[in-house]
Design a protein around this ligand. Sequence first.
Ligand code: FES
Length: 295
Amino acid sequence: MSVRRLAEDQFQPAAFAFTAENAAWAEATIRKYPEGRQQSAVIPLLMRAQEQDGWVTRAAIEFIAQKLAMPYIRVLEVATFYTQFQLKPIGTKAHIQVCGTTPCMLRGSEALMEVCKRKIHHEPFERNESGTLSWEEVECQGACVNAPMVMIFKDAYEDLTPERLEEIIDAFEAGKGAEVKTGPQIDRHTSAPAGGPVTLLDEIRPVRSNLDPKPAEEAVSVPPGDAGRPKDTAAETNPAVKTPVTAPAAAQANAKAAEAGPLSGTEKSVPDPKAVGSTAEGAPAEGSDVAGTKK
Ligand code: FES
């Protein structure tokens, strides 16, 4: 498993914005969540940003943090945790994620990685010469029964042999990835035993009486809890904090404010996330000492 860091500065664009269509989709997605829980849209928004640009840029992380009134570090944590999010440019036609966890390793994932090294690039995350293909090793993708397997974008390809993986890579390189059958690549129905079921062959009629829906008067509405909401006042969780690449003026102001005094733990130093004190470019607004902090 490789270390997950943002791409180097030379790859990072200066700004990010959703297209008009994606912006409308993002607004509709945010509205799906109850009042006060809009931050739950962070994963769908990151995924949409990735689908738009091909990978998740630092500017996109900042844009989404601002959109959801979240600290930048919280969105960064999500983007760097899940291997579904690509943090640097990947192959334009396919990025092969080879599962290398124990069941897949015991069933031949190392041979699959040899295929990737030979056909794409010796190093993971490096693109082939034409920039169309890349690969990486990932942890368990939840299809261990059908090991070994790879993910390509949102689809899984299971029960693989090196030869079958070569065919799949060739199909994607030829622009015919959509024609490749997803799921098991052998005669297996989903994750049932290869060759067909061997147990529970009799027809079983379930007794459904205890599964029927409860009458409406018994249903209880439970409001969402606060258990998953971080409550800290550390400086790095301040939503006004910007990175120097996408908001140089605001980052400079943050640094100056940090030199002048502690940024965390006091009412003076931690701005109200709802108080808008920065300009569109991220520079502190007039009357602000730190972006987002009114004097
Ligand atoms: S170990 Fe590979 S999918 Fe679980």
